[in-house]
Write a protein that binds this ligand. Structure first.
Ligand code: 4AD
Ligand code: MG
Length: 484
């Protein structure tokens, strides 16, 4: 009895369940291990099956060698061992005689958790188009591209917190539901608990006094205004969360729900703001090189062959800084036939931004001092009375990744500007209080997190850098069966 118990205990002790990323090292050779994951591929040869198993912890996965003795142990195993099934393998880690991996797992026992019938499973081993994968957004994280993107996304989210912690910032959780339209563009999603199926009844949806908050409320387009309140108390703060825009843009750089990183700093001017933006981008690119090597290699090989060069250029060079006026002159001098004609006063379009970053400067560019007419009410008016202390960071292949400004800290100028923009100051009394009581020069910016992930992965469509993209006409998760 005692010896049986001892054998059992020693078996349990010997066979450790490990993540695959933790065992792909020669030093583990000879260990008895257990892995759990999903079968990516199976190749049979002379009574032996070679299984590639991945548990998501890294890109490579592990090769498992299963001989006929192991496979014959379980009646249903051979039939169920198909791409996509979930399984558990116990075995011994051995040196791999084959090229491409240092170690492999010689299976001693295989158990299937759940089969994935080959007749049905949409992710068979072949290259699928990004478009098709978007139609099965619940299964696409099992592909190499989406899992690599997701690991990089997660690491970078962490690095954002590291950066701000290193620079003495506090994180503020700004509200998702708000009554302020920060950008003034009217692109807000309404939040209501009124029964919209009864528009004429007791709960008329236009009568917000009956609504949950007793007034119109929306999903936030930016946490900036609320962050400003905390910057004027804690000095340096940032918010990092989802933001929502009901703009009908069907482009490869716009989402209806996206994540934004928004630092806000008291006693910063526009130059300090631009310095921080440049340092943040460099820090995040460096983090990808240092912490996401395997996944970055994948993107450099399969998605964008010039990616490494592009990222290195960001680290090595200072970002070019030019005024909006200079940018417009360069665009005019280029003699390009832009779809949107260039003139002082226009909002720069993607084609203009990309010309500057990709073709002219071949690297990141910060454009500052934009005409006030194309920027929101909160930006600080310059002495020329025509431009504001705004700045946009433009990246090659992406265009605008950051939009920011020094804020108008002077009450009189701010209220005048709000009047010009036809903004009802009564709705922003709290914001004006920040200028009435202890106002200080301050600045901040917003970095589009998905555009950053696009930049560091080379993925050209923003729908492929967020788990479940929301775009006009698309919020549901489909099974893909109809479209597949
Ligand atoms: O330039 P934006 O609109 O700036 C603001 O919202 C400011 N309140 C930020 C601040 O100063 N705290 O947006 C900032 C960034 C853009 O540069 C872009 O990278 C991203 O957010 N962005 C979007 N990303 C994906 N989909 C959209 N629809 C986006 N709109 C803006
Ligand atoms: Mg902008």
């Amino acid at each position: 009895m005692f010896s049986v118990l001892l054998t059992l205990i020693s078996l349990i002790m010997q066979t450790d369940y490990k993540l695959i990323s933790h065992i792909l090292d020669k030093k583990n050779i000879g260990s008895n291990l257990e892995i759990r994951g999903w079968l990516k591929t199976k190749r049979d040869s002379k009574g032996i099956s070679f299984l590639n198993i991945n548990d998501g912890s890294c890109l490579a996965g592990i090769q498992v060698i299963a001989d006929s003795i192991v496979l014959n142990n379980y009646q249903s195993l051979r039939a169920d061992l198909t791409t996509g099934c979930s399984l558990r393998v116990l075995g011994r880690l051995v040196k791999s005689p084959a090229k491409g991996q240092e170690v492999e797992l010689k299976a001693e026992e295989i158990t299937i958790y759940g089969p994935a019938p080959a007749t049905d499973y949409p992710l068979q081993k072949k290259r699928h188009s990004f478009e098709f994968l978007r139609s099965i957004s619940h299964l696409r994280p099992r592909t190499n591209t989406l899992s690599a993107m997701t690991r990089i996304r997660s690491r970078l989210a962490q690095s954002i917190h590291d950066f701000f912690r290193n620079h003495d910032f506090y994180q503020i959780h700004t509200p998702v539901i708000t009554t302020s339209d920060c950008e003034g563009a009217g692109e807000m999603f309404t939040v209501t608990s009124l029964d919209l199926s009864k528009p004429d009844g007791e709960h008329n949806p236009l009568d917000y006094s009956h609504d949950f908050f007793g007034c119109p409320a929306s999903l936030t387009v930016s946490g900036q205004l609320e962050a400003e309140a905390y910057a004027l108390a804690l000095g340096r703060v940032y918010t990092f969360g989802p933001t929502f825009r009901a703009e009908n843009s069907h482009t490869s750089r716009h989402l209806a729900e996206f994540w934004m990183v928004e630092p806000e700093m008291s006693f910063f001017d526009l130059d300090n703001d631009m310095d921080l933006a440049e340092n943040l981008i460099k820090f995040l690119v460096k983090a990808v090189f240092e912490q996401c090597r395997e996944d970055l290699d994948f993107f450099c090989r399969f998605i964008d062959k010039s990616l490494r060069k592009k990222l290195n250029a960001v680290l090595k060079n200072d970002f070019t800084r030019i005024s909006y006026g200079e940018a417009v002159n360069l665009l005019l001098k280029s003699r390009r036939n832009f779809a949107y004609p260039v003139a002082w006063g226009i909002d720069l379009q993607a084609e203009h931004e990309r010309f500057l970053a990709e073709e002219y400067f071949k690297g990141p560019v910060i454009v500052f001092a934009y005409p006030k007419s194309i920027k929101p009410f909160y930006m600080r008016l310059n002495d020329d009375n025509k431009t504001v202390a705004a700045m946009d960071v433009l990246l090659p292949g992406i265009g605008e990744i950051i939009g920011g400004s020094q804020r108008e800290e002077r009450l009189e100028q701010l209220t005048a500007r709000m009047a010009e923009c036809a903004i009802n100051t009564a709705d922003y009394e709290w914001y004006l209080d920040l200028r009435r009581y202890g106002t200080v020069p301050h600045a901040g910016f917003g970095l589009g997190f998905e555009r950053l992930i696009q930049f560091v992965t080379g993925l050209t469509n923003i729908r492929d850098v967020i788990p479940f993209p929301r775009t006009p006409g698309r919020a549901e998760i489909s099974s893909g069966k109809a479209e597949g």
